[in-house]
Design a protein around this ligand. Structure first.
Ligand code: SF4
Length: 344
């Protein structure tokens, strides 16, 4: 079994990342197999519960109020509407429901609504995840008490490149939020974005930061930048796809027990590229046709790809909701006819 290390050095990460490609993939795939079923992928659905007008200036983000993009702003969604979307996601096989709000941080007045959302989505038998910006200790505990399982807060990039991407909050602010989430007893979802014009060393630096956290994140989203018109990064040079696959493989080796999520940017990846990412150790995807505000592959296209690869959506073992169990059983029974799923 691969041991979890928290003392990775820059030189070690660099050497690992730059191994001959086949050796790197073989190593990553071997570690993946030791820790997970390599033919299963965890499926999450992400819903934007409050869109746009964010005071932060993240240069990749169409939701920042600092940039002029085509995005329509939306106020905080009503709890009933969120629950309706969660029910829909559940009926399509999602096991985790992530809710994202374009905030710097949730304000006191928002907390009762947010907590109610968490409670009601959880009652559907789904795992709950939120991404709401920075979180202080008190709010982290309040969300935990409401039943929140995961909190997403990405480190985005290396500490060295960070200043080129965001100036309205510091790297330390991000680490503090992750500390508060851990302290409250929630699981951490934290990763980053590649293809933002960073150097290779920044990709090593990001992975080093994530792996060397006191406890590695349970979930590590690796995003390929989606270039959105109107954001400062709209014309940044494309990242070579092999660099992206190497990032996934290196993340898998350094964080052997974490779910490595193939996140934003999948629409720009063909099936073969995505398959190579799965081989390299990615074992989680977002499902549905929107990822917060950017396009995501059609849900059916995802299921068809999994079928071609002989892969299945991972199922949770602890469903609390009988209706959900019944709906999943019927879905599995329908697999042969619907061809949406594949039973390995
Ligand atoms: S990434 Fe999040 S914090 Fe940054 S501008 Fe977008 S919504 Fe705001």
């Amino acid at each position: 079994m691969a041991t979890v290390r928290h003392d990775w050095t820059y030189e070690e990460v660099k050497a690992l990342f730059n191994m001959p490609f086949n050796d790197l993939l073989f190593k990553a795939a071997s570690i993946h197999r030791e820790n997970f079923n390599p033919n299963e992928v965890q499926i999450s659905t992400l819903l934007s519960i409050k869109t746009g007008a964010c005071p932060e200036d993240c240069k990749y983000c169409p939701q920042s109020a600092h940039y002029k993009t085509d995005l329509d702003r939306e106020r905080l969604m009503e709890v009933e509407k969120v629950v309706e979307q969660a029910r829909l996601a559940r009926s399509k096989g999602a096991t985790r429901f992530c809710m994202g709000a374009a905030w710097s941080d949730p304000k006191d007045r928002d907390m009762p609504y947010i907590s109610k959302m968490v409670r009601e989505v959880k009652e559907l038998g789904l795992e709950t995840c939120m991404t709401l910006g920075m979180l202080d200790n008190e709010k982290a505990h309040a969300l935990r008490d409401a039943g929140l399982d995961y909190y997403n807060h990405n480190l985005d990039t290396s500490p060295e490149y960070y200043q080129q991407i965001i100036t309205t909050r510091t790297y330390q602010d991000r680490l503090d939020t992750l500390d508060n989430v851990r302290d409250a007893g929630m699981k951490v979802c934290s990763g980053g974005i590649v293809g933002m014009g960073e150097q290779a060393g920044d990709r090593y630096g990001l992975l080093m930061q994530l792996a060397n956290l006191p406890k590695q994140p349970e979930s590590v989203p690796i995003n390929m930048l989606v270039k959105v018109k109107g954001t400062p990064l709209e014309d940044v040079e494309d990242l070579d796809h092999f660099e992206f696959i190497r990032t996934i493989a290196t993340a898998r080796i350094m964080m052997p027990h974490s779910y490595v999520r193939l996140s934003a940017g999948r629409t720009a990846m063909n099936e073969q590229m995505q398959s190579m990412c799965f081989f390299a150790g990615a074992n989680s995807i977002f499902y549905g046709d929107k990822l917060l505000t950017t396009e995501n592959p059609e849900a059916d296209a995802d299921m068809n790809l999994l079928k071609k690869l002989g892969m299945n959506p991972e199922k949770r073992q602890d469903y609390s909701d009988e209706a959900y169990e019944a709906s999943l059983s019927s879905k599995i029974a329908d697999k042969a006819t619907s061809e949406l799923f594949y039973e390995a």
